[in-house]
Design a protein around this ligand. Structure first.
Ligand code: GDP
Length: 425
């Protein structure tokens, strides 16, 4: 396969990590191009179960080069802790298989503090942040008030740059939130404890990618979260603070001239959404609890119960368009086994009118789901590997989705393990 992006179509947690882990077999390079440690990609393979937050999901494949691109929120503290955990589980991480862009901006110690302070200030109007500092980080990045990872190679300049930023940031911390200001000693400790450890992995990854491209290598671009959380195209303001769309992959990866040949959009067979914001087809009560339990829908980063609902065709079609998807991977179909009827949200009702188009964010709160029930299947499908062996009801469900969103479903995932997949090529 040539260059490919694997992206989320919905609110995140669609199972992208699982798809990247499966498909890395065909790629030489895997690059994360946006977001930070605020989400979790769960991967289950022969080495065990992993919840990756910042590391690319290609780290399990020998010979694959994994890159954290300039577009990510590079948190040295969380990255180092995550690296140690993965190494403890038996995975070798070396500067050969893991490379960090020297142009990635660093998530600084006060970003996490500011995230927490602002959510506290918002109280019942909070955004539902994972409090990993992502929003304050990106705000500062675009104000040019962070440091680049490569500055670690210029220690004296780094220290004076950080001191300037700290002086500026302490005005907000103390003045706006009444919080403790940061000190130079704290920053020095942070550099020693975390930055120095990730430093050997930092290099000019733009060059690595350019060389890979010229050498005819195939590159996989791995996204975090989903289209509906995209800063520009999502459910503002309940989005993340970066662009989760495939279109951002060339910029955020470090290969702005990249041409992406295939975009695999990952869709879950039902809907889930972590955190706040409009979620038109949300289910409540016992019905919701049963689906949540069946799908183990609890956040990989926070453990928060995910909000659940039927598959939302309106949102999924929108996500498919926004991502420029060339094919779809439908995950967690096995979770729906045993349901007598499977509800699907086919349209929205807004002010009494049926709508196919995903509404403007401010209008979402008034949208109501129009539900159609599909017949369920009463057998376990987790062992099925061929399309023809799926129960007719499951095939009808998948075929309906494919037609409704206008994109070929090439992969149907029926379990979290690497080989629990039906490939329809
Ligand atoms: P990501 O952030 O998009 O990678 O998704 P998450 O890792 O947050 O959530 C997906 C969850 O679903 C993980 O726990 C996966 O192990 C699990 N998963 C992925 N595909 C399947 C599947 O087809 N069936 C089942 N039962 N679980 C799956």
């Amino acid at each position: 396969m040539s260059n490919c992006a694997i992206v989320g179509i919905n609110w995140g947690d669609e199972g992208k990590g699982r798809m990247v882990d499966l498909l890395t077999e065909n790629f030489d390079v895997v690059v994360r191009y946006q977001g930070g440690g605020n989400a979790g990609h769960t991967v289950i393979n022969e080495y065990g179960k992993f919840a990756l937050h910042l590391l690319p999901s290609g780290i399990f494949r020998e010979g694959v080069v994994n890159i954290l691109g300039n577009g990510v929120a590079l948190d040295p503290q969380n990255l180092w802790l995550e690296m140690q955990e993965v190494i403890r589980q038996g995975i070798a991480l070396t500067p050969d298989n893991l490379k960090i862009s020297d142009r990635a901006s660093l998530l600084l110690p006060w970003h996490r503090a500011l995230d927490e302070l602002e959510e506290m200030r918002l109280a019942d109007k909070k955004y539902g942040s994972t409090k990993q500092g992502i929003a304050p980080f990106y705000a500062d990045k675009y104000q040019k008030k962070t440091v680049l990872a490569g500055e670690l190679f210029y220690p004296q300049k780094l220290k004076s740059h950080l001191a300037e930023l700290m002086e500026w940031k302490n005005l907000t911390l103390a003045g706006v939130y009444g919080a403790e200001p940061y000190t130079v000693e704290q920053l020095n400790e942070w550099i020693e404890a975390y930055c120095e450890n990730v430093k050997p992995y930092i290099c000019d990854t733009g060059k690595v990618l350019k060389d890979a491209q010229h050498g005819g290598k195939s590159i996989l671009f791995e996204a975090q979260l989903g289209a509906l959380r995209d800063l520009d195209y999502g459910i503002h303001p309940y989005t993340t603070s970066s662009n989760t769309t495939a279109a951002y992959a060339p910029i955020g990866s470090g290969l702005p001239s990249a041409k992406i040949d295939a975009v695999i959009g990952v869709v879950k067979a039902y809907s889930t959404c972590v955190g706040e914001g409009p979620f038109v087809c949300e289910m409540f009560g016992e019905e919701a609890e049963m689906l949540r339990k069946a799908g183990a829908e609890y956040g990989a980063k926070t453990g928060r119960p995910r909000r659940v609902g039927p598959l939302d065709i309106v949102a999924t079609r929108y996500g498919t368009e926004v991502q420029g998807t060339t094919e779809i991977a439908l995950t967690k179909l096995d979770v729906l086994s045993g349901m007598e009827k499977i509800p699907v949200c086919t349209h929205y009702l807004v002010n009494g009118e049926e709508m196919d188009e995903f509404p403007f964010p401010a209008a979402l709160a008034d949208a109501k789901p129009v539900i159609r029930d599909f017949d369920g299947w009463q057998c376990d499908i987790s062992g099925v590997r061929n399309w023809e062996e799926l129960p007719a009801e499951a095939r009808a469900y998948v075929s309906f989705i494919e037609e409704a969103i206008g994109c070929r479903i090439s992969y149907v995932s029926v379990g979290p393990e690497r080989d629990s997949i039906i490939i329809r090529k």
